[in-house]
Design a binder for this molecule. Structure first.
Ligand SMILES: NC(=O)c1ccc[n+]([C@@H]2O[C@H](COP(=O)([O-])OP(=O)(O)OC[C@H]3O[C@@H](n4cnc5c(N)ncnc54)[C@H](OP(=O)(O)O)[C@@H]3O)[C@@H](O)[C@H]2O)c1
Length: 257
């Protein structure tokens, strides 16, 4: 018999790991996905000991073309169907665009946008059939304006925000909750991976537990977009009021290398 499951990508650290702690008490089997299997195994053990929940680990590189289909097949082979999908895995590249590593940029676009979209597309039919499901997509506050020196990353998160809002409008009356989460700078492995350690954004980073708690609450309350962290709440309004060119100039000054 097929059971319903909560799938969290990028659960081996940061926001994804914090989210796993919040979904675990729901007692729905969890599927944790990332590349570092040992970290996922450790988290699975902790969650199982604490909550008695069944936790499956799938170690997979979601930057690879076809990874979404591979993951969905692996989930089906466990006799599970996705009831809650948390598209959290993602990373940033901080560099002047001309100097950024091209392969890294391509991998980032594949992970942040393509895999996220394909997973949603593959998981949605069964949710629609059941008239029940939840989709949480992790965007960012950088989704609201262009970000020089994080140009491709910010554009990828603008995609996630736009896609998620549009999807929510299409299916919000079909029993499926859809939320785009827009965290500000968060104290995770993000800045080490993005090469932005020590930057202004890194210095003002907030707790991943706080981000996860706000995100989880927003999803269950049916909010389409949540900007987490008090300091970040005004960002969408400011970016509508201040001319885009001025905002972009200010961000360039803040993030300039
Ligand atoms: N931290 C921030 O300032 C911030 C702000 C706004 C939005 N966000 C977004 O929040 C999400 C979570 O990031 P985080 O801050 O928690 O950073 P993090 O600690 O670096 O976590 C990123 C997660 O994504 C996974 N991941 C990365 N590349 C992967 C790949 N190729 N295949 C599978 N999994 C992969 C990582 O696992 P493995 O390395 O084990 O694969 C890890 O579990 C991302 O989408 C990020 O863009 C972060």
């Amino acid at each position: 018999m097929t059971s319903l499951a909560t799938v969290i990508t990028g659960a081996s650290s940061g926001i994804g790991e914090a989210l796993a702690h919040l979904f675990a008490p729901e007692q729905q089997p969890l599927v944790l996905v990332a590349r570092r299997k040992e970290k996922l195994d450790e988290l699975a053990k902790t969650l199982n000991n604490k909550h008695g929940v069944k936790v499956h680990v799938i170690a997979l590189d979601l930057e690879q073309v076809g990874a979404a289909a591979e993951l969905m097949n692996a989930i089906a082979n466990l006799n599970l169907s996705v009831d809650t999908l948390v598209n959290n895995a993602g990373f940033g590249v901080s560099a002047p665009f001309a100097k950024a590593d091209g392969a890294k940029l391509s991998g980032m676009m594949q992970l942040n946008m393509v895999t996220l979209t394909e997973l949603t597309h593959l998981a949605l039919p069964a949710m629609l059939e059941r008239k029940h499901g939840r989709i949480m997509n992790i965007a960012s506050v950088v989704a609201f304006q262009p970000c020089p020196y994080f140009a491709v990353y910010a554009a990828s998160k603008a995609y996630v925000l736009s896609f998620t809002e549009a999807l929510a409008a299409e299916i919000s009356d079909r029993g499926i909750l859809v939320t785009a989460v827009c965290p500000g700078s968060t104290n995770t492995e993000f800045h080490s991976v993005a090469n932005s350690k020590g930057s202004f954004a890194d210095k003002i980073a907030e707790s991943p537990v706080m981000v996860a708690e706000e995100a989880y609450k927003a999803l269950n309350n049916g909010k389409t977009v949540i900007v987490t962290g008090l300091m970040n709440k005004p960002v969408p309004v400011i970016s509508r009021i201040v001319p885009r060119k001025t905002m972009t100039w200010a961000v360039a000054k803040m993030l300039g290398k």
